[in-house]
Design a protein around this ligand. Structure first.
Ligand code: FAD
Length: 466
């Protein structure tokens, strides 16, 4: 996650009121790398429940569910169609964003818990697989691995390829041949990954053709910025009308009053040896054909709150379920599904604990915090970026990671700064020792609210007496 997550959590960080958001993602990556470097492991509990769960797919959602189910005492088997585990983390996200030795180490840690992984084992019929294997529950995490196609009139010798085929081909015996000039059709992160990969494979010209404008493209800003630095060109407000040997015809679009792109009838030609289609992915739902209770809507499996499908004992998550297609969501789905499956197997229902109320940024005493601008993660030098698949974004060293972690203002959580202790009159507050916080003697306090007002991080709330 410290590598591939686009860290939307940082947009909610209260630290922006002082300088910039805490680099949560950078710290997370440091911790992940530290865990691998030091060989941190997790205790494998014995299988106590006597229940067996089948997980279909080894992308982020599947192993996340397997990890939690195993720790909850169940026997878990992951079946994976591909030769190696990881899903789109291996067959989509390029090496320069996620080195495979990191992915392998993370998956190994989960397998070491006693999770069984069967690769090269496609599940063709989910009900038959459940029945034949004697599984008490199934978690479907088969992702969305089929590159979406669109009709582009093309001459016989035009070379069209989808982005998933290009990127998964990078895991094969030899990279696909693209030629010197590559046009990528689409505006998401996959399009940019494909264009950046084309540059690394030797394309002197990699152009992303997108029918909208930059501010309306779904790709993340950092991904766009890095691609532009690497020499990827963009052609906004354009669609590909025709592809032929070595060239494509592009139609200029303009946005109507609702912001939707409309054709203009104006065309131009661009040179392109290969057209890579990056128009999104669909799920292969053929394994559900014999399961009539499993409902599909707009190409995804319908799920209820706990990710349960219409068929008891089967739940689904990650890209197969209706949600944002990100690794974060997939990992979260795995965890949520595991809790509900566990409860189902035990004949109970899972009730999430109460959520912490959000720490109100307006109540923070930001003057107690000193300026400490966010650490900027270094990038690999440009020349190496475009000629190798080495990792682009570099990690933090230990002292920088500690500095970055200390920028956290601990919103809503006592950081034992002693402010309340200092302002409280009449010894009404006692220190309990490091990490234990304070005890407030309600018989002595006066209700003046000074402690709450002087708390830097909104850890004290005043509530009316009964
Ligand atoms: P997947 O990762 O797709 O894994 C599903 C697995 O199930 C696959 O291994 C597949 O082989 C297996 N499978 C399918 N059918 C069967 C079957 N019948 N039997 C057995 N196994 C089966 N997200 C981010 O958060 N950050 C990024 O930077 C990012 N970059 C991306 C770049 C690209 C090029 C792509 C394509 C996606 C990217 N994503 C990114 C999205 C992210 O990878 C997905 O949202 C995430 O991997 C979905 O996880 P999943 O477990 O649902 O499915």
């Amino acid at each position: 996650m410290g590598r591939v997550c686009h860290h939307p959590c940082e947009t909610a960080c209260n630290r922006v009121q002082v300088d910039n958001a805490v680099g949560i993602n950078a710290v997370e990556r440091f911790l992940g790398d530290e865990a691998i470097r030091r060989g941190w492991t997790i205790e494998a509990p014995p299988v106590t429940s006597g229940k067996k769960v089948l997980v279909v797919g080894s992308g982020p959602a599947g192993p996340s569910a397997a990890y939690h189910l195993r720790r909850l005492g169940h026997e878990v088997t992951i079946r994976e169609a591909q030769a190696r585990p990881g899903g789109m983390m291996r067959y989509g996200i390029p090496h320069n964003r996620l080195p495979r030795e990191v992915l392998d180490a993370e998956i190994d840690r989960i397998l070491t818990l006693g999770v069984t992984l069967e690769t090269g084992t496609r599940v063709d019929d989910v009900l038959a697989a459940q029945r034949d294997g004697g599984f008490d529950a199934v978690f479907l995490a088969a992702g969305a691995g089929i590159g979406r196609r669109t009709y582009i009139p093309a001459g016989d010798s035009a070379r069209l390829l989808d982005a998933v085929a290009l990127l998964s081909g990078m895991e094969g015996e030899g990279p696909p041949l693209l030629g010197r000039r590559v046009a990528v059709y689409g505006g998401g992160n996959t399009a940019l990954n494909a264009a950046r990969t084309a540059r690394r494979l030797g394309a002197t010209d990699a152009v992303v053709v997108h029918r909208r404008t930059r501010d309306r493209m779904p790709a993340h800003d950092a991904e766009v910025a890095e691609a532009l630095e690497e020499g990827v060109r963009t052609k906004w407000l354009s669609t590909i009308a025709h592809a032929d040997d070595g060239r494509i015809t592009v139609e200029r679009m303009e946005l109507d009053e609702t912001g939707f792109p409309q054709p203009t009838g104006e065309f131009e030609e661009l040179e392109a040896d290969t057209v890579v289609l990056a128009l999104g992915q669909d799920s292969d739902l053929s394994l559900l054909a014999e399961a009539p209770d499993l409902h599909v809507d707009h190409g995804t499996v319908e799920v209820a709150d706990g990710l349960m499908t219409g068929h008891q004992e089967i739940s689904a998550g990650g890209d197969m379920a209706p949600a944002n297609h990100t690794v974060t969501v997939a990992v979260g789905h795995g965890k949520r599904a595991a809790r509900h499956i566990d409860a189902y197997l035990r004949g109970t229902s899972y009730e999430p604990g109460p959520e912490h109320p959000p720490a109100d940024g307006a109540r923070l005493n930001t003057s107690y915090y000193s300026d400490a601008p966010a650490t900027v993660r270094p990038l690999l030098e440009l020349a190496r970026r475009v000629s190798t698949f080495d990792e682009v974004v570099q990690g933090l060293d230990e002292s920088t990671a500690l500095f970055e972690a200390r920028r956290c203002m601990s919103c809503g959580n006592c950081l034992e700064c002693d402010n309340c202790y200092g302002v409280f009159p009449d010894n009404a507050i006692t220190k309990l020792g490091p990490g234990k916080g304070f005890a407030i003697d309600v018989d002595y306090r006066k209700g003046c609210g000074l402690c709450a007002a002087e708390c830097p991080c909104v850890a004290i709330d005043m509530v009316p007496e009964e």
